[in-house]
Design a protein around this ligand. Structure first.
Ligand code: GLV
Ligand code: MN
Ligand code: MN
Length: 425
């Protein structure tokens, strides 16, 4: 077998995805099988323990850093060479699937196992990483672990972040689950290059009948938490004209940001994903509402325009409705463009393997957008059935999983430089 014919074992990769997906498993009424492994929960710890055990089984040298990022490394022939890193995340949203993030990490392990089986050595070491709290659903911002890894957020600030659900401190949760590791973070040296295989999480590839998405970059992300304070009052006795109702204001913001996104068009999206009423009772005008707004655009100027329209909406409502609105930024990342040569490598590799390709930006945030700050970075997308993700019905066909993992394998080999051809077993 020649090097260019080397392929991963797709069935073995799918078996690992299944096994990891059993941890924090949630099922739906129509046979959907999803996952709830919010960052730094007991389920996250169990998932981490399983992946670390697999890393040890494969003979990787495993490090855990101060923010809980885990890196397993296979030595290269040149001990001074920086590793080619493959990675993603294994935390999920509360109603997540089994593929988001997990695929990129487990494809890394599959790639290593394939190299072991065929006796392929590389000049550069190859590392497989999973980064803490990529989702940001429990601890904002998203991509927190990789952000700290590249020096984009101070470790102390990250450890002090409080959970959106139960107010727990990130650093305390990290200690509690046993993943506050001794390796320094930010990492002292950058990887030679970083690759991330991920499901698309949207409908574009499936709609176009394309197998491999060649990711050109990641759109900008702006997350804000709003606390709207009004006057709690009796629902029956308070005339409409005399109300200061944060519930109404939350609804107006929800429809308002949607209108902004629809009017701007292009890649602009707007989402209100969390909204909590206090006291949340049928016959009480609420005293306070806490809600989140997620704005994204591939163009930084347009994202700023959306943010300005959102700010204006809030100011107008404060004035018109006599409520107070406090806006707290949760995450703000500019759009990222991946390294042109790395993108071209992913594209030519996929074409060489006989797959149809489409260049596309990523709508979702990824650890790759943080690694792109310190080393040449690229991503490979595979189709998501019905475009669904952050949904327990998330699914990707085994053939597409294998296709993506093989593109990853061959692109990594081209970058890590092979020193010995596969043996002829
Ligand atoms: C996080 O991954 C996001 O895109 O919301
Ligand atoms: Mn993801
Ligand atoms: Mn996700």
């Amino acid at each position: 077998m020649t090097l260019s014919e080397l392929r991963v074992d797709g069935a073995r990769l799918c078996q690992r995805l299944e096994a990891l997906g059993e941890i924090g498993a949630v099922s739906g009424p129509n046979g959907e099988r999803g996952c709830a492994r919010l960052a730094l929960t007991d389920a996250d710890r169990e998932g981490r323990d399983l992946v670390v055990a697999w890393m040890h089984d494969l003979g990787l040298a495993v490090t855990i850093d101060a923010i809980g990022n885990v890196v397993g490394t296979r030595a290269g022939a040149d001990p001074t060479a920086a590793p080619v890193m493959v990675g993603s995340h294994i935390d999920t949203v509360r109603t997540g699937g089994r593929f988001d993030g997990n695929l990129g990490v487990l494809a890394g392990l599959e790639l290593i196992e394939t190299l072991e089986q065929h006796g392929v050595r590389t000049v550069h070491p190859i590392s497989v990483a999973f980064f803490t709290d990529e989702e940001g659903a429990r601890f904002a911002p998203d991509m927190l672990g990789s952000l700290v890894y590249v020096g984009g957020m101070a470790l102390e600030d990250a450890l002090d972040v409080r959970a959106a659900d139960d107010g727990a401190r990130l650093g305390d949760e990290l200690l509690r689950i046993g993943y506050a590791g001794p390796t320094p973070c930010p990492a002292p040296g950058a990887p030679h290059a970083y690759f991330e295989l991920h499901i698309e999480q949207g409908p574009v590839l499936e709609d176009a009948g394309i197998t491999i998405g060649v990711v050109t970059g990641v759109q900008g992300i702006s997350w804000t938490e709003l606390t709207i304070t009004g006057q709690s009052a009796h629902a029956g006795t308070t005339p409409m004209r005399l109300r200061h109702d944060p519930g109404y204001v939350a609804a107006a913001i929800t429809t308002g940001v949607r209108r902004v996104a629809r009017e701007m068009g292009g890649s602009q999206v707007a989402t209100v994903g969390r909204c909590e009423f206090v006291p949340n009772l049928v016959n009480v005008v609420p005293a306070q509402v806490t809600m989140t707004v997620d704005l994204r655009n591939t163009d930084e100027g347009l994202l700023r325009q959306a943010e300005a329209a959102f700010a204006e909406l809030c100011t107008g409502l404060e004035h018109d409705e006599g409520v107070g609105i406090v806006r707290r930024p949760l995450a703000r990342f500019e759009p990222v463009e991946f390294d042109a040569a790395m993108v071209a490598l992913v594209e030519s590799t996929a074409t060489r393997l006989g797959h149809s390709t489409l260049r596309m930006p990523s709508g979702a945030g990824h650890d790759a957008q943080m690694l792109a700050r310190v080393c040449p970075t690229a991503m490979v997308f595979v189709p998501s059935a019905n475009g669904l993700s952050h949904n327990i019905a998330e699914y990707t066909e085994p053939a597409d999983i294998a296709a993506g993992a093989n593109v990853l394998l061959q692109a990594v080999l081209a970058t890590a430089q092979v020193v010995a051809a596969p043996d002829e077993r």
